[in-house]
Design a protein around this ligand. Structure first.
Ligand SMILES: Cc1cc2nc3c(=O)[nH]c(=O)nc-3n(C[C@H](O)[C@H](O)[C@H](O)COP(=O)(O)O)c2cc1C
Length: 189
């Protein structure tokens, strides 16, 4: 059975982002994946202090000096076969909450641990305003993934305009993702 972590961020538990997450999770579960949801807004995760001269223990020991929920979430991602990254779009970017986690994760993983390298991921950005900035958000997420050696296999924009047809597609995307994790992604990447 494949373990898939869905890491997501929006303060709204019944908004567009949560709906996208629910659809994806349902698709995953319906084909037998073990799904672990991580709602970043409910975690206690400080932002990076850039201790030392910019590099602290992150690139030397692969760990962060701040004692909060960061290490436990990192561990869950490291143990997952697949990771789905879902953020609300704020200022054409991931949420502040997501960024705080992402920054610390990248420092530990890209420079020292490489626990996440090679993970095959799906990215989803949910913009409930004009929809502008969705692609930039996906690009930012993918840039971070690339720093950590992960690979994105899909980048899905969710906006108010496409809500009615993209939510059912996210359900299908969850099903297909598990099938690909089990049988391969059929591309050199
Ligand atoms: C600080 C802030 C910045 C935002 N920036 C954007 C944006 O750049 N583009 C956009 O389409 N919507 C933007 N929005 C709207 C969010 O994307 C909207 O809240 C979206 O529905 C998030 O999903 P939710 O329903 O889970 O809250 C912004 C909202 C906030 C609070």
């Amino acid at each position: 059975m494949k373990k898939v972590a869905i890491i997501w961020s929006s303060p709204n538990i019944d908004g567009l982002t949560a709906s996208a997450k629910d659809q994806f999770a349902r698709g995953l579960s319906d084909v037998g994946a073990q799904v672990q949801e991580i709602h970043l807004n409910r975690q206690s995760i400080e932002h990076c202090r850039a201790c030392g001269n910019g590099w602290g223990t992150c690139n030397k020991k692969g760990m962060c000096v701040i004692r909060d929920d960061f290490a436990a979430v990192y561990q869950t991602l490291a143990e997952a076969d697949g990771i789905v990254w879902i953020s609300a779009v704020y200022w054409s970017d991931m949420t502040e909450c997501f960024k705080a986690f992402f920054d610390r994760l990248r420092r530990c993983d890209a420079t020292h641990n490489h626990f996440l390298a090679g993970k095959r991921c799906v990215l989803v950005a949910c913009a409930g305003g004009t929809g502008r900035g969705t692609l930039e958000c996906l690009t930012q997420l993918e840039r971070g993934l690339t720093h950590m050696g992960m690979r994105a296999y899909d980048r899905i924009p969710v906006v108010r305009y496409n809500r009615d047809y993209i939510l059912p597609a996210l359900y299908e995307a969850g099903r297909v993702y598990v099938e690909r994790l089990e049988n391969g992604f059929d591309m050199y990447y």
